[in-house]
Design a protein around this ligand. Structure first.
Ligand SMILES: Cc1cc2nc3c(=O)[nH]c(=O)nc-3n(C[C@H](O)[C@H](O)[C@H](O)COP(=O)(O)OP(=O)(O)OC[C@H]3O[C@@H](n4cnc5c(N)ncnc54)[C@H](O)[C@@H]3O)c2cc1C
Ligand code: FES
Length: 258
């Protein structure tokens, strides 16, 4: 069930490091319905510029207090406007949208692999899975300032490009080291395509089911424009998946990677 709420109140919009912000919204209906891996589509400005809504993964939900959080990086016009939204202002929000992660597991070793802002949906997922599973998370960022605030599940193994936290290098190297040490029952990944391609290879090598969240650029967000199309694996001729509607979460085997 999705909701279009024209006046969602901003509770907080705080910088967590560098050009990254944590936005907290009072959105009871969306908070009650949201599942890990889903996203909200929000209008960043008041006028028609930018015309299109911007998609953001749901980073966290506080159902008791009816709050929804997104964690976003300022990269362009929309996110720059969003950064200026002060507590008390209202935003036009549609959500929760898309298909979320498969979470029907218990007593398992679940590995979460996030790169950059792709860590965002894994924070909600990790909190939910940790209630019934052993969660192992692997986060790769450029620098310490890009790490997320407020973990509610075990501390991640971190890789940074500049060596300011955890190990210097790639998150996929840290993941492979851990896979050599212990078996994961399922992997979940979100991040840049190059990182996802490496995670797909590792999942194949170690024979682990993998779900990926594809944050392809989007326009309509509801399946009407094909702006988010990604190629389907094994299809005869051209066949496309719509990240906004069929995803953003897919089993890795559904997606064509090369
Ligand atoms: C399902 C989904 C979930 C997302 N979740 C998050 C999140 O939790 N946190 C977060 O920071 N961002 C997230 N994004 C990306 C976010 O939507 C974009 O960064 C945002 O729309 C940029 O808007 P803008 O107006 O600031 O930038 P624009 O002016 O539209 O673009 C600025 C630059 O960013 C590039 N860009 C825009 N969208 C994307 C994209 N999806 N992937 C790669 N590059 C892009 C543009 O090509 C351009 O170079 C998500 C995207 C999707 C599809
Ligand atoms: S964004 Fe329009 S079809 Fe997905």
């Amino acid at each position: 069930m999705k909701y279009h709420v024209r006046e969602v109140r901003v509770v907080d919009n705080v910088k967590t490091g560098g050009d990254i912000y944590l936005l907290t919204l009072a959105a009871p209906a969306i908070a009650a319905a949201a599942l890990p891996g889903q996203f909200i589509h929000l209008r960043c400005g008041e006028g028609l510029d930018p015309l299109l809504r911007r998609p953001f993964s749901i980073y966290g939900v506080d159902r008791k207090n009816s709050l929804v959080q997104t964690w976003y990086q300022v990269v362009g016009k929309g996110t720059d406007l969003l950064r200026k939204a002060k507590a008390g202002k209202t935003l036009d929000v549609i959500g929760p949208l898309g298909k979320g992660f498969f979470t029907d597991i218990a007593g398992r070793n679940a590995g979460l692999v996030g790169g950059g802002m792709g860590i965002a949906p894994l924070m909600f997922l990790g909190g939910e899975l940790a209630q019934n599973n052993r969660v192992h998370s692997f986060f790769g960022v450029r620098s310490k300032a890009q790490l997320p605030p407020g973990l509610s599940f075990p501390t991640p193994l971190v890789a940074t490009e500049d060596g300011s936290a955890g190990r210097r290098g790639l998150v996929t190297d840290v993941l492979e080291q851990e896979l050599q040490r212990q078996k994961m029952d399922i992997l979940y990944a979100c991040g840049p395509r190059a990182m996802l391609q490496q995670v797909v290879k590792l999942a194949q090598k170690y024979d682990i089911p993998l779900q990926v969240s594809l944050e392809s650029a989007m326009a309509c967000g509801v399946g009407a424009c094909l702006g988010c199309a990604c190629e389907k694996s094994g299809a005869d001729g051209e066949s496309w998946l719509k990240a906004c509607q069929d995803g953003p979460v897919f089993w890795a085997a559904e997606v064509k990677w090369e």
